[in-house]
Design a protein around this ligand. Sequence first.
Ligand code: MF3
Ligand code: CO
Ligand code: CO
Length: 250
Amino acid sequence: MIKIKDRSEITKMRNAGKLAARVLEFIAPYVKEGQSTGNLNDLCHEFIINNGAVPAPLNYHGYPKSICTSVNNIVCHGIPDKDQILKSGDIVNVDITVILDGYFGDTSSTFMIGNVSESARLLVERTENAMYRGIEAVKPDAYLFEVGRAIEKYISKIGYSIVREYGGHGIGSEFHEDPHVYHFYTTLNKIRLKPGMCFTVEPMINEGRYEVITSKKDGWTVKTKDNSLSAQFEHTVLVTEQGYEILTKL
Ligand code: MF3
Ligand code: CO
Ligand code: CO
């Protein structure tokens, strides 16, 4: 069941989205060579709490930290660790989800550390472009599959692959609501968009093959099966009468 948000809920979604965006803006200058992902977690945790919100990942189905930090061949759900030091050439996705006044805001960016290879830089740039292609397909009465179709059209030309096992999601007073948002074309997303729907667009793009493996050790960390690089960007989006509003931008 897809929930349509009313005016007061939309106000809360805007506030939560804005705060999530502010957390990313706050942490950006620390996402540098020599920093540990564990320290990034602690800084974000503190910032979120100080702003009257709660970090949604913490204890979510047993997840142990307040943010996700996914480095290089890690696709998503990387667990921050004080012993994991960022080094020049790395790419790292920082994924922030906050709960403010009972509503969720979810956003992520992939950062480049020091001097990254040309191929890594292109992967990051094009993954962000892919997310925006998807978002730009959002408007009332369009099918949700237009989002995935736009992403697929852009990415398949380049020869990258789109992770299939994870997608975007409805979001509101719960972290993951209906619908599941596929980042490729499928009639499973033959759903008409209506004003007041909120969902994330968060494509995970691999330089190599699309298959992923979840760590047996920690039960969370998802990596590319072929160990190729993976990048991701995420925004929380509201369907409006005119088209869309990105809730997680400043
Ligand atoms: N923020 C992720 C998403 O975009 C979900 C993280 S779940 C966690 O949906 F438990 F790993 F934090
Ligand atoms: Co999300
Ligand atoms: Co997220």
